[in-house]
Design a protein around this ligand. Structure first.
Ligand SMILES: [Zn+2]
Ligand SMILES: [Zn+2]
Length: 368
């Protein structure tokens, strides 16, 4: 009898243990909050490198590749934002330094990505991403064009940083910034045309219009990492532009070459990036102003009021004065209890008129 009792007790104990471990598992599987993830990132005791690459290559089953990459990269503790589409892969990522070689080895062993060039961030605190997101998309760059609109492989001539510096000086060359307005407002090449575009899809027809009549002139295109210019150069060539050139590897690679080869940087200011860093400083020049007080400043922030989330430029003084908000109105909202803030958001969403700033709200990466 006593023996039986002990057996039952043991059984109960093991059942309890099973239940406890299931509960533990559930706790682990529950997604931690953004705040928690950022905290963990800052507590890491190793270094990370911010990396990016893209490759136009036919992917038959984007969903399969997505899952495969997620498993591999999750195991290597890689963070980042990656898009997989039929037309290729576009990746911005943050990799623990001790896993860099393993990551490259793995990627290069897939013949579709053999020797794909990487771009390494120039100003890097290793805190660019705090989680791994890999998504499948129709395109790796949202261009708004039909797949068969033109020959995307007929791209412009790639120029190295040295060639770029030589060409940019010449008379009659036209330099066009292929990025969105909030990117070029904090950093650009001297004399570049910077269209007031809110998205890449809007920018393509805009640039075609601006350049109309200049089909025989030398056109120089640039963007952050080169991926947008691959499309844009093919688009312009398709529309009759004869001498289309593009900065090889974009501003990121240009800045690296300037540093390594000791060249003069014709790019002034900051290179806007779509990660937690918001920008990489390329030169000390500050070409923009605080949106609130007008002092020279080139730090972008999102308004602290989640219902607003405006992307704007704010100096340190205003940041403190407005507590990271874009206006007194937003500042007042952030002081309300959370529930009331949420209610307020719903109200505002209903009443917001299309304002000059609306395009800056919840800005999306050009790759979406
Ligand atoms: Zn200010
Ligand atoms: Zn605001």
């Amino acid at each position: 009898m006593e023996r039986e009792r002990i057996k039952i007790l043991t059984l109960n104990r093991s059942k309890c243990l099973i239940i406890i471990s299931i509960l533990d598992l559930m706790k682990i599987q529950k997604f931690p909050s953004q705040k928690e993830l950022v905290k963990r990132l800052h507590e890491e005791l190793f270094k990370r490198t911010t990396f990016s690459f893209y490759k136009y290559v036919i992917i038959d089953e984007p969903e399969n590749l997505r899952n495969e990459l997620f498993n591999k990269w999750n195991n290597l503790n890689i963070f980042g934002r990656i898009y997989v589409a039929h037309e290729g892969v576009n990746a911005q990522m943050s990799i623990p330094e001790f896993n860099l070689e393993k990551f490259k080895e793995q990627l290069y062993s897939d013949k579709r990505f053999k020797d794909v060039p990487f771009k390494v961030a120039i100003e890097d605190n290793g805190k660019s991403f705090y989680k791994l997101i890999i998504k499948t998309r129709n395109k790796i760059v949202a261009d708004g064009l039909k797949d068969d609109a033109f020959d995307v492989t007929n791209v412009g001539k790639h120029l190295s940083a040295e060639e770029w510096n030589r060409e940019i000086k010449k008379e009659n060359t036209i330099v066009v910034d292929m990025r969105n307005f909030y990117e070029s407002e904090v950093g650009k090449f001297e004399n570049a045309i910077c269209p007031e575009a809110h998205s890449f899809r809007q920018e393509l027809p805009m640039v075609k219009e601006i350049l109309s009549g200049k089909e025989d002139e030398k056109i120089l295109l640039y963007c952050t990492g080169g991926i947008r210019c691959e499309k844009a150069s093919a688009f312009l060539k398709h529309h009759g532009f004869k001498d289309v050139n593009q900065l090889h590897g974009g501003i990121i690679e240009y800045a690296r070459q300037v540093k390594v080869k000791g060249l003069e940087s014709k790019f002034k200011g900051k290179n806007f990036v779509f990660d937690e860093r918001m920008g990489e400083r390329i030169t000390d020049e500050i070409i923009s102003k605080c949106n609130q007080c007008g002092t020279l400043c080139d730090s972008h922030y999102n308004c602290g009021n989640d219902g607003c989330h405006l992307l704007f430029i704010q100096c340190e003084v205003c940041k403190e004065k407005f507590e990271g908000c874009c206006s007194v109105e937003c500042q007042n909202i952030t002081r309300l209890p959370i529930e009331e803030q949420k209610k307020n958001q719903r109200e505002t969403a209903k009443n917001v008129p299309a304002s000059i700033f609306s395009s800056r709200k919840r800005i999306k990466s050009p790759f979406l």
